[in-house]
Design a protein around this ligand. Structure first.
Ligand SMILES: NC(=O)c1ccc[n+]([C@@H]2O[C@H](COP(=O)([O-])OP(=O)(O)OC[C@H]3O[C@@H](n4cnc5c(N)ncnc54)[C@H](O)[C@@H]3O)[C@@H](O)[C@H]2O)c1
Length: 371
């Protein structure tokens, strides 16, 4: 297997976690970094023993980067992703949400598609291998035909920032089919372009329906309902329940839990702990996200959390808000007006150091390595 040269752009909190996940992967090596903030750049370069650049283009010109990893405030993400594509890399793995506007998401996806560059957007729950194991079982009829996907975890404060995680999972268990139409309602002012909670209904072209809860509730997580069983994940643990032989219209008492399929440990096992070298463990999800880029390059497939997925989930959230704006009517996809947008919360849109202050930031970024 090749060893891919990784260049990280944006050496902040999450950039450091991504870099550690690539450093732990035998198929990748963090060879350079770029950041406009000399303090963050200096700390990162010291930690990873890599050269640093104040301009990412200079890094790309000099370092023969295979995988560009821009982990940036959303306000600058689209221009940098397109810039990386124009300068020529093999893969780009940015964070989520992909952009504020649909037009920005379009130009990012197109700039990469035109050049055959793999684009991924986000350290996403849908990159966990266990969800793919569940999806393969469902494709192999473990729960019969899928009827609906219930997103029980409320998209209570963020339809885009955190909500893109939820929409990404929903799409995954609707087998990434195109959404035909949605109805939705937001938690505050539907005319605001700023991020807020959303709930609603999605009809996919393969007939699968999705019910998206808006508010927090005690049964958090995702539920996939089939004609002969149920898949459920509360965000940490997974279960599959199958109907007993002969149950014609199964009810709860006909369902039997399939034992020994999924790990008994939490998906988040080990998160927040420090390893023997003093590094905070980036988490199984971030490790899976880095591996998904390697897999995409090795197997010439789309990353599990692709840029195309990032664009589609932004569109779903915006379409639900459009439904509310138009009087809670069904809205057909794709949306024609590509100028529509959702500005994520300030801490995602701008540099966190500027938003939360130097003291908070020093502690947050300092914690990546044990003192
Ligand atoms: N998937 C997840 O679970 C998850 C978790 C946290 C953050 N995020 C996302 O990651 C992104 C970054 O978050 P963060 O917490 O690391 O923020 P941060 O403020 O800690 O880091 C951003 C870094 O980008 C640098 N930067 C800004 N503009 C730049 C430019 N033009 N060129 C080079 N560097 C530039 C900043 O100086 C800073 O070092 C956000 O989009 C956020 O939504 C995702």
């Amino acid at each position: 297997m090749a060893v891919y040269r990784v260049g990280v752009i944006g050496c902040g909190r999450k950039g450091t976690a991504h870099a550690r996940a690539y450093a732990l992967n035998p198929a990748t090596e963090v060879v350079a970094a770029a950041d406009t903030d000399s303090e963050n750049l200096g700390l990162f370069c010291e930690r990873f023993g890599a050269p640093g650049y104040s301009d990412y283009r200079e890094m790309l010109r000099r370092e023969r980067i295979d995988i560009a990893v821009p982990i940036l405030p959303v306000s600058v993400n689209p221009d940098v992703v397109v810039g990386c594509a124009e300068m020529g890399v093999r893969a780009i793995a940015c964070e989520k949400p992909i952009a504020a506007s649909l037009s920005d998401a379009d130009r990012m996806v197109e700039a990469c598609q035109e050049r055959g560059i793999k684009l991924a957007a986000g350290d996403l729950d849908r990159n966990f291998r266990e969800y793919w194991q569940a999806r393969r079982m469902i494709e192999d009829s473990a729960i019969g035909d899928v009827v609906s996907v219930n997103m029980l975890k409320g998209g209570i404060t963020e339809m885009s920032g955190g909500g893109c995680q939820l929409f990404s999972l929903v799409r995954m268990f609707a087998f990434d089919a195109e959404a035909e139409w949605v109805i939705g309602w937001v938690s505050g002012d539907p005319w605001s372009d700023h991020d807020q909670g959303v709930g609603g209904y999605i009809r996919f072209e393969n007939g699968i329906e999705c019910y998206m809860h808006r508010d927090f509730n005690a049964r958090s997580g995702i539920e996939v309902l089939g004609t002969k069983g149920v898949f459920y994940c509360d965000g940490s643990y997974m279960e599959i329940w199958q109907a007993r032989e002969g149950a014609v219209r199964p009810t709860m008492s006909d369902l039997v839990k399939v034992e020994g399929v999924f790990p008994e440990t939490s998906l988040w096992e080990g998160s927040g702990t420090y390893d023997a070298d003093g590094w905070r463990y980036p988490g199984r999800r971030n490790i899976a996200t880095a591996q998904s880029i390697v897999d995409a390059l090795e197997q010439d497939t789309e990353p599990t959390g692709s840029g195309e997925n990032g664009r589609k989930v932004l569109e779903l959230a915006i379409a639900m808000r459009e439904s509310h704006r138009r009087g809670r009517v069904p809205v057909r996809l794709p949306l024609e007006d590509r100028s529509l947008r959702v500005y994520p919360h300030e801490g995602r849109w701008l540099n966190k150091k500027d938003v939360y202050g130097r003291e908070w930031y020093a502690e947050a970024i300092g914690g990546a390595v044990r003192e």
